[in-house]
Write a protein that binds this ligand. Structure first.
Ligand code: SAM
Length: 307
């Protein structure tokens, strides 16, 4: 258990980030989405949003130079830092060598088995300034393993947060919106401008609080089929459902009518509940068509896999 201290927040202005990288003989790596947080107040606000308790277990994805990790180290009982860049992982290992509750994991967050990594214990809290280029797949990977996590405080591209919370009929409403809203409650919490990072990204950022559901908000009998349906219809979001669903069902119009959904509607207008109804109708139709024993099962009933 760590004690929360009121030490002054370490400042990490632009020059110091450049210096720290230079000491490693490095420049920021674009392909790893390396935009380091240079604003110590923002770093503190992000960590405050995680509402951590001294006995909590936390995971940080992409700790980089430690802007968030330096604060997390003092607030939790155990901390896992998952960093794919070996120079940075090495630096983190020596930076926290005197803190036995900190575990530096040199790995790609996309392939980490968090249940195996964290072992038995209470679900962990994720805190991360995610690399933009893989933020959506990382979110999908975290939600696929949502039993490991109590909540996630994630800095993402603002446009992505808008998609995560988008309502039917809005421009931002996409497959990512439906699949994420099936798996978790998302709340935008803090907007951050490009000036807070080194180097400056071209986009605005936003911190979102993501709380995985233990029980999805709508009943879906076959989550795999639900994902397939969402992905299929949103590849042609402007097309009428009776057309875009043809790849899934020969008589799509009849299926839609049976589910109480007007066949001429476009996917971008359907609510999560309507998608669940439609998916269940499709699952029922497939179950009738398939002989018993050939039906698919899906053990991970809350797997959203927005990819
Ligand atoms: N947390 C630091 C901060 O706020 O200043 C760095 C954030 S930077 C936006 C993203 C970090 O994620 C970098 O350190 C980068 O090396 C790391 N990263 C990129 N892809 C990753 C992946 N697939 N798995 C783990 N870390 C990754």
């Amino acid at each position: 258990m760590r004690e929360k201290t009121d030490r002054p927040i370490p400042q990490r202005p632009t020059a110091s980030i450049r210096r720290e990288l230079a000491a490693l003989g490095r420049l920021p790596r674009k392909r790893l989405g390396q935009h380091f947080l240079a604003d110590a107040q923002i770093a503190r606000r992000i960590v405050d949003l995680a509402a951590l308790q001294p006995m909590d277990r936390a995971v940080e994805i992409g700790p980089g130079l430690g802007a968030l990790s330096d604060l997390l180290v003092e607030r939790v009982g155990a901390l896992w830092l998952v960093e794919v860049d070996s120079d940075l992982a090495e630096r983190l290992r020596s930076r926290y060598a005197a803190s036995p509750h900190v575990h530096v994991v040199e790995a790609d967050a996309l392939v980490v088995d968090f249940a195996a990594l964290l072992g038995p214990g209470a679900p962990a809290v994720v805190v991360a300034n995610l690399p933009y280029n893989v933020a959506t797949p990382v979110l999908a990977a975290l939600l696929r393993q949502s039993e490991c996590f109590a909540r996630m405080v994630l800095m993402l591209q603002r446009e992505v947060v808008q998609r995560l919370v988008a309502s039917p009929g809005s421009k931002a409403y996409a497959a990512l919106s439906v699949l994420t809203q099936y798996a978790a409650h998302v709340r935008p919490a803090l907007r951050v401008g490009p000036e807070a990072f080194v180097p400056r990204p071209k986009v605005e950022s936003e911190v979102a609080i993501v709380e995985p559901y233990r029980q999805p908000p709508v009943a879906v009998s076959d989550p795999k089929l639900f994902r397939r349906l969402i992905k299929t219809v949103f590849t042609q979001r402007r097309k009428q459902l009776s057309n875009s669903m043809r790849a899934l069902c020969a008589d799509a119009a009849a299926l839609l009518l049976g589910a109480g959904i007007e066949p001429a509607r476009r996917p971008e207008t359907l609510s999560l509940g309507e998608f669940a109804t439609l998916s269940n109708a499709l699952a029922e139709k497939e179950a009738v068509a398939k002989p018993a024993g050939q039906q698919t099962t899906d053990r991970q009933t809350t797997d959203p896999n927005p990819r």
